[in-house]
Design a protein around this ligand. Structure first.
Ligand code: KIV
Length: 274
């Protein structure tokens, strides 16, 4: 028997039990190598359907397919050992019926090995969340601004700025928690509403553009690293990766053009002629 201890992954029930305790740290990732870098620092990695916009330059997440999610989910599982990996259900994969949702979610879990799925939408998907959780699929809900509904919403602007508008969001939060979701992403809602939701539900709320009042936070990795060309206003940038990448490419291009490029010379130095 090997004496090496395999790192054990954080589970959905463990994340649920963090309600009201140490804040939950999360980031998105779509690749093995970034997943490996995140793994020691985050509680969960979200393979978000934002990959459509971030990796493929799409205008919205609507065109993202289940196959795209599975491919990148698999890469993130390969790159990580410890964090819970949550894979997003893309638009069109779960809305038509709870049976369709189960088939799609089961495919994601079997083919990637991830520990949970995420589904956008509130009260109207409560039956689907219940159906999935009763059949062994841990569900992270996603309420507030739901980018897959962009064609109905019209814009990505923040919601629930006035108390008179809060009722549907509070109903969504209560409904998904009662249906068995183990946590919920709360996106782009005003701080007082995020606070109220967080106080009311027994499961962790994970905010994105929803203030520090939530039980945890998530950001799109490329947005916080300064790699995305367009970044939502609420995102604090912790890096300036686009500038570093461009500077490195500029140096490489200059070296090649000016014949300064070392190529493999430093690996296989030419032997001096006798
Ligand atoms: O797709 C995604 O990356 C997300 C996060 C923004 C929460 O849903």
């Amino acid at each position: 028997m090997s004496i090496q201890q395999e790192a054990r992954r954080i589970t959905a029930p463990e994340l649920r039990a963090r309600k009201g305790k140490e804040p939950i740290v999360a980031l998105t990732s779509y690749h093995a190598h970034t997943a490996a870098l995140l793994d020691n620092y985050v509680d969960f990695i979200l393979v978000g359907d934002s990959l459509g916009m971030v990796m493929h330059g799409l205008e919205t997440t609507v065109p993202v397919t289940l196959d795209m999610m599975i491919l990148q989910g698999h890469a993130v599982m390969r790159g990580s050992k410890r964090a819970l990996v949550v894979v997003d259900m893309p638009f069109g994969s779960f809305e038509a019926s709870k049976e369709d949702a189960f088939r799609a979610a089961a495919r994601v879990m079997k083919e990637t090995g991830c520990g949970a799925i995420k589904m956008e939408g509130g009260a109207k998907f409560a039956d689907t969340i219940r159906f999935l959780t009763e059949r062994g699929v841990p569900v992270m809900a996603h309420i507030g601004m739901t980018p897959q509904s962009i064609n109905m919403l019209g814009s990505f602007k923040a919601l629930g700025r006035e108390e008179k508008d809060w009722a549907p969001f509070l109903d969504d939060a209560r409904a998904v928690a009662q249906a068995g979701a183990f946590s919920m992403v709360v996106e782009a809602v005003a701080e007082p509403l995020a606070r109220k939701i967080t106080e009311e539900v027994p499961i962790p709320t994970i905010g994105i553009g929803a203030s520090p009042a939530c039980d945890g936070q998530i950001l799109v990795l490329e947005d916080m690293l300064g790699l995305s060309p367009k970044v939502p206003k609420f995102v604090k940038q912790y890096g300036r990766l686009a500038e570093h990448i461009e500077a490195a490419i500029r140096d490489y291009a200059r070296e090649v053009r000016s014949r300064e490029f070392p190529g493999a010379a430093n690996v296989y130095p030419l032997k001096a002629k006798a």
